[in-house]
Design a protein around this ligand. Structure first.
Ligand code: AR6
Length: 273
């Protein structure tokens, strides 16, 4: 979403009100004391999460003390700036879908806490690990590991084969869901391009099946699994272009400057031709 947004919990569930200009509320700009609240409609319509504002860098953040008509309170602000600096890259994937490339920490990303998901570059056991996987598990809390543990094994020690995807709740993460996928280990996979493409495609498929409208990917396989960045960017962006369909926004949230620059240049090459 290019605008900030607010969530109200009303008598009949969640309403997301997006607004771009809210002149009466734009006077305060301090971000240090603001609570960020995101409501989750899945699986329990009344559940909600509260975060300190420090988990995100906000631009033009404002204080709110609003009450919804039903008397249920406050609200969230979902605008996430590129925490590490640099402009976000915006690209059109289709008439209804946008690609956004930004620097940052994927564990802090969210849009509305209800129809958003981050993708975890996991391993086949799906019980946590290093890199982004470790960071996501730490931020989500122990319940994420418990949820992963309940995902049935398809072979001993394999909950998610390479190229497939599974979904859990996000627990303490600001995003509502985590889609776990396993990218290829570049040096040992028989067809790393196909496996990496499957990881992106199946993550998007699982997202659509779960009514996810906003999804954030890291650069799958570009860390411990050793995938060359340039080729990974080509596979990632071309696969997302092909399969994004009903997803409103696909974000790449990239930790490292070099990967961010490669992704941005590749998106210009593939999507602005
Ligand atoms: N936000 C965004 N990107 C990140 C973050 C973060 N918080 N942390 C790291 N990255 P990796 P893989 C980037 O190694 O190569 C784990 O142990 C990182 O800079 O996390 O798919 C799993 O359990 C890199 O560009 O994933 C598996 O065993 C990218 O995320 C194995 O690593 C992916 O790096 C998966 O390896």
């Amino acid at each position: 979403m290019s605008s900030s947004s607010m969530l109200f919990r009303g008598g009949r569930g969640i309403r997301l009100l997006a607004f771009q200009y809210f002149p009466t509320l734009t006077t305060a700009s301090a971000s240090s004391s603001i609570r960020i609240v995101s409501f989750s409609s899945y699986p329990y319509p009344t559940s909600y999460k509260i975060f300190s504002s420090n988990h995100c860098t906000f631009q033009n953040i404002f204080t709110l003390s609003l009450t919804s008509p039903s008397g249920c309170g406050v609200v969230g602000c979902s605008k996430m700036a590129s925490a590490a600096g640099g402009e976000d890259g915006h690209f059109k994937l289709s008439e209804t879908s946008e690609l956004i490339i930004k620097k940052g920490d994927i564990t802090r990303w969210f849009v509305d806490g209800a129809s958003d998901a981050i993708v975890n570059p996991a391993n086949q056991r799906m019980l946590g690990g290093g890199g982004a996987d470790g960071a996501i598990h730490r931020a989500a809390g122990a319940e994420l590991r418990e949820a992963c543990y309940k995902v049935p094994e398809v072979q001993p020690g394999v909950r998610c084969p390479t190229g497939e995807a599974r979904i859990t709740l996000g627990f303490k993460l600001p995003a509502s869901r985590v889609i776990h996928t396993v990218g290829p280990i570049y040096d040992t996979d028989k067809d790393p391009k196909a496996s990496l493409s499957s990881a992106y495609k199946n993550s998007l498929t699982v997202a659509k099946e779960n009514n996810i409208k906003y999804i954030a990917f890291p650069s799958i396989s570009c860390g411990v699994y050793g995938y060359p960045f340039e080729e990974a960017a080509t596979v990632a962006i071309s696969t997302v272009k092909e399969y994004a369909n009903d997803i409103k926004e696909v974000h790449f949230v990239l930790f490292a400057d070099d990967i961010y620059n490669i992704w941005l240049n590749k998106a210009k090459e593939l999507l602005q031709a």
